[in-house]
Design a binder for this molecule. Structure first.
Ligand SMILES: [Zn+2]
Length: 243
């Protein structure tokens, strides 16, 4: 699946995370790759035990998230205990000198904002908006949105807007919950749709993203107006609809 490749180099080819010559963020990335492993859980306490000399480990983990590393907490994944974090997937090879000097580590906030704006501040997979609850799981934490690469940087994907999508953390981590879905059940739901909707679902599957309908785009734009302007627009629309 685009953006979810796991063709990682074998861990033994990575630099040694204990090396004191490396920066904190690089050492933490290498430690995750070598000691924790994708899909496994750890805690900040484990990290402090491994590298007691590193200050502000939580901030370093945020930096790694900015470089495409997917780390989830109990806020995103109800299977995790409050202190647990899951190392879901590696991101950019932050230890790679050529990579670092290319200056590709972080998306600019302008690019990120353009992508969020284009996608209507919604996950292009499931449609959830920032801070909204998941309709099928109302007791889980509200959705958080991230801007991800369709083709990962390490597979040659660039920071162009056509290679970037807005996803919620849950969709971007291929939540294990979704493995419970029965393919036949999913198929029957699609089969039961009117022809028009089947065509739309097919188009979305082909593009790997869901387009917002004009009505959804209009709603997303209206919802982002300041509260007073949104209220004014709401009354105006109520008048128009009542006519
Ligand atoms: Zn989603």
């Amino acid at each position: 699946m685009p953006g979810h490749s796991t063709d990682a180099d074998p861990a033994q080819e990575l630099p040694e995370w204990r090396s004191p010559h490396l920066g904190s963020r690089v050492r933490i990335a290498l430690w995750l790759a070598a000691e924790v492993g994708e899909g496994n859980t750890f805690s900040l306490a484990d990290l402090r035990d491994a590298m007691p000399e590193i200050s502000e480990p939580a901030r370093r983990l945020r930096d790694l998230r900015g470089a495409g590393w997917v780390l989830t907490s109990s806020r995103d994944d109800s299977a995790l205990a409050p202190q647990e974090l899951r190392f879901v997937r590696r991101g950019d090879p932050v230890w790679d000198k050529t990579f670092r000097s290319a200056g590709l580590r972080l998306l600019t906030s302008a690019t990120r904002n353009h992508v969020l704006e284009r996608d209507g501040y919604r996950c292009v997979r499931c449609g959830v908006g920032a801070g909204e609850l998941y309709p099928e799981d109302p007791h889980a934490a509200p959705a958080r949105l991230v801007v991800n690469h369709l083709v990962a940087r390490r597979d040659g994907g660039g920071d162009t807007e056509s290679n970037l999508v807005t996803e919620c953390v849950r969709c971007s981590q291929l939540s294990p919950m979704r493995r419970d879905l029965q393919p036949e059940q999913v198929w029957r739901a699609i089969e039961a749709l009117p022809e028009r909707d089947r065509v739309r679902v097919l188009a979305w599957l082909v593009k790997g993203r869901r387009d917002l309908t004009p009505a959804e785009q209009a709603f997303a734009a209206a919802w982002r107006l300041p509260a007073d302007q949104r209220e004014a627009l709401k009354s105006r629309l109520a008048d128009l609809v009542a006519r």
